[in-house]
Design a protein around this ligand. Structure first.
Ligand SMILES: C[S@@+](CC[C@H](N)C(=O)[O-])C[C@H]1O[C@@H](n2cnc3c(N)ncnc32)[C@H](O)[C@@H]1O
Length: 433
């Protein structure tokens, strides 16, 4: 079998890329395109996500079992063994099947000489499972597969919740949908799904949301092509509600791509939306999403911190700043954040968020509202950022967001997994008349 047809071999190559710095999303998309069977694609996705999620545990386990180190050019074999361990420990596969298929994948990688080593390592793990597990569980980094700096920062910001955050980051996220209320009601769409044998719940915390009972290929669900729904976590679905939209308003989504919140804004109210993003490569997805959902916006490329390049000078009644952030609230969906984010990235992100807030504030009409959002759990990017902003702008008044989340300075914070949602922060800032 060639590597192009073996999901484990492909996953090993892709995971080696992720461990080397490539984004999980890009590696996943690139590799998935090489597989045709939807079951193989599902296996690939599960392997890659679990592999990235648990890399910092099982890569250490592998090193402890190796008698001589693997060469750098055998990063694919390293990733393959990590995937073997992940299959044995976190995925519902029989030990025999997991070992046999992982050993077989060395052939698809065209490295059959490693079959013996891979087999020996996985069998040794099975023999010493208890002792090896106890050794890994002795240190919080290997017990939870998180880097030290991230654990320390979570401990500093969320001392009481740190263990539950670490656990939630390692639990796969449920599949949330947002029903397009312009096309179908939530209850009718839930009934259509049930009729097709697909279980779902209607959470109270988000009026347009459904949570599916199991993960699945959403493009194969009824109503996908007709734009009945989008995939969007429940926390992200609060933005359009918190904007408190009224028909006819001028609304700016300053960091809009790929358009999840823009689309929800347009589904919710008849507003004139400018959807801006600095990254031209992300805008085609935004346009496709709006087209599928039957929605229209003024889509622009531009740096939100430099309004003279794209703003027509007319104030906005509402501004959504869904700011670039550390993404530490969505590690359960993007586990490679644990591998790629560095503690030194945070001050630069905080500076960018500050620059965006200050540049956008003059564009807001008197009596208007700015909603600041991040999918971060760090106080620097959230409560402290908004506290400092309110200090700098005498005409800014922070308003309590109607959410039953953690009060975090002038804003509200959901921690990962709470109410089944992602970690998210919102602050509402109104401009004095
Ligand atoms: C958190 S994502 C936005 C997600 C989007 N709001 C949604 O719900 O689908 C942040 C976005 O900010 C964009 N961005 C980063 N810096 C920017 C800037 N200076 N001006 C405009 N967009 C920027 C990124 O390209 C990225 O698409």
């Amino acid at each position: 079998m060639s590597a192009t047809a073996d999901p484990r071999a492909l996953a090993a190559q892709a995971l080696a890329g992720v461990a080397g710095g490539q984004s999980l999303r890009a590696a996943s998309a690139e590799t998935s395109a090489k597989l045709h069977d939807p079951r193989d694609r599902a296996l690939l996705s599960a392997l890659l996500h679990e592999g990235a999620r648990w890399w910092l545990r099982f890569d250490v386990a592998l090193d402890a079992m190796l008698e001589s180190p693997l060469r750098e050019r055998d990063a694919d074999i390293r990733a393959l063994v990590v995937l073997g361990l992940v299959q044995l420990e976190t995925m519902e596969l029989s030990d025999y099947a997991a070992v046999a298929a992982t050993v077989e994948a060395t052939r698809a990688l065209r490295k059959p000489s490693f079959a013996g080593l891979v087999n020996a390592l996985l069998r040794r793990w099975l023999r010493e499972r208890e002792a090896q597990t106890a050794k890994l569980d002795r240190h919080v980094e290997t017990r939870t597969a998180h880097p030290r700096w991230l654990i320390d920062k979570l401990q500093f910001d969320w001392a009481e919740q740190v263990e539950s955050i670490l656990a939630a980051n390692n639990a796969p996220a449920p599949l949330w949908l947002r029903v397009n209320r312009r096309r179908v009601t939530r209850a009718d769409f839930a009934a259509q799904l049930h009729a097709a044998g697909i279980g779902c719940q209607m959470p109270q915390a988000a009026p347009d949301a459904l949570i599916l009972d199991a993960s699945r290929d959403v493009t194969a669900l009824p109503g996908y092509a007709q734009g009945f729904f989008s995939v969007q976590d429940g926390a992200a679905q609060q933005a359009a509600i918190l904007l408190d939209l009224k028909a006819g308003q001028r609304v700016l989504d300053a960091c809009a791509a790929p358009g999840g919140k823009s689309a929800h804004v347009l589904e919710t109210a008849d507003v004139k939306l400018t959807a801006l993003d600095a990254d031209t490569r992300r805008l085609p997805r935004l346009r496709e999403n709006l087209a599928r959902l039957g929605l229209t916006a003024d889509v622009r490329t531009g740096d939100a911190a430099v309004p003279r390049d794209w703003w027509d000078g007319k104030p906005f009644d509402r501004i959504l700043l869904d700011a670039p952030c550390s993404a530490t609230g969505i590690i359960r969906r993007q586990p490679d954040v644990k591998l790629h984010r560095r503690v030194d990235d945070i001050p630069a992100l905080v500076a960018t968020q500050k620059r965006l807030l200050d540049a956008l504030w003059p564009l807001l009409a008197r009596g208007g509202r700015l909603v600041y959002a991040t999918c971060s759990v760090f106080v620097d990017e959230n409560a402290r950022q908004i506290g400092a902003f309110a200090q700098r702008h005498a005409d800014a008044r922070a308003v309590a967001a109607p959410l039953t989340w953690h009060a975090a300075g002038a804003g509200m914070q959901n921690l990962p997994g709470e109410s089944g949602m992602d970690g998210f922060f919102y602050a509402l800032v109104d401009k004095h008349n």
